[in-house]
Design a protein around this ligand. Structure first.
Ligand code: PMP
Length: 301
């Protein structure tokens, strides 16, 4: 373990210059009454990181179980008593000129920070369709959480804010709905839950998967994963985003058209509240998604 200020990266590092790195965003939720910090879906995140790394021809230094163990140990040693965000990353670490994936050493790090809310969606978000299309798998694969690919998200997010929206919705090259700048998107129409399938250039979100499981198991909702047209969003009963940083985020309008009556709909509310209970350790059946940081561990001084 090192202090953040002491962990330096050189200016010519490939991961910085060429965007050849990948990362994860993991949440930890502090539950004061239990004096416990619950880390959410460590295994799912590290499994996704392993796939991202493989796509970029990098090798994680440890197996998934070991990564879970050192992450929990790192958090325990920091003695956080607040909600947190954990950023594991692996990047091409050579400091020379010449873009490539082969014959470049990589470097792995985990950075945890205190973190509360990502986007304030209490009133619902105003979303706008971006003029920037989602990167296509045939150019650079959005299925991997690749550092350089976030230029696509950043262009869309800043355009959305400049245009008076809270968040962007990116379409894929063929005009179908893909996802937000850092969230997956869901639509509810006549009691059916729709979300773009994994071939729509989405990052396969861990929260997306959790919400699908909760929708199926707890609320018996019919689920359809398929391509969605932009104009279908305009006629949706409810829309929401999902993401690790944000949880479930109600969308109140798209391209200046109110979603339903603009208020949070009942299904979004139920799914969002249930998810919140899960990540704070209040739904025993979903304990398997959580890693306890403090109880049962001896924290090394
Ligand atoms: N799409 C993109 C582009 C993202 O950056 C994120 C955030 N990781 C998501 C979707 C949501 O994924 P997750 O639920 O795993 O955080």
């Amino acid at each position: 373990m090192r202090r953040y200020e002491d962990a330096k990266v050189g200016l010519l590092t490939h991961g910085l210059q060429y965007g050849t790195g990948c990362f994860e965003g993991i949440r930890g939720y502090w539950v004061p009454e239990e004096r416990e910090l619950f880390l959410v879906q460590l295994r799912e995140h590290y499994e996704r990181l392993a796939i991202s790394a493989k796509i970029l021809m990098m090798q994680l230094p440890l197996d998934i179980d070991e990564l879970i163990e050192i992450t929990t140990e790192l958090i325990a040693q920091n003695r956080f008593e607040t909600d947190i965000y954990i950023r594991p990353c692996i990047f091409k670490a050579a400091e020379d000129v010449g873009v490539r994936l082969h014959n470049v050493p990589d470097y792995f790090a985990i950075v945890p920070i205190p973190f509360t809310r990502y986007l304030d969606a209490t009133e619902g978000l105003k979303a706008g369709t971006s003029s920037w299309r989602r990167a296509d798998d045939s150019a650079a694969p959005p299925r991997a959480k690749i550092t350089g690919l976030y230029v696509n998200s950043a262009l869309a997010k800043s355009e959305a804010i400049a245009n008076g929206f809270d968040e962007a919705i990116l379409l894929s090259h063929d005009g179908h709905v893909s996802e937000g700048s850092a969230e997956n998107i869901f639509m509810i129409k006549r009691g059916v839950l729709y979300t773009p399938d994994p071939s729509q250039n989405v990052l396969e979100g861990c929260t997306r998967r959790s919400i699908l499981e909760i929708a199926r198991n707890e609320f018996d909702l019919p689920i359809v994963e398929r391509s969605i047209d932009r104009s279908e969003l305009y006629g949706a009963d409810e829309l929401f985003f999902t993401g690790t940083a944000a949880g479930v985020l109600h969308i109140r309008s798209v391209d200046h058209r109110a979603v339903g009556d603009g208020k949070m709909g009942p299904i979004t509310r139920r799914l969002g509240e249930f998810y919140e209970r899960v990540v704070r350790g209040k739904e025993r059946a979903y304990d398997r998604w959580l890693t306890r940081t403090y109880s049962g561990r001896t924290v090394k001084a």
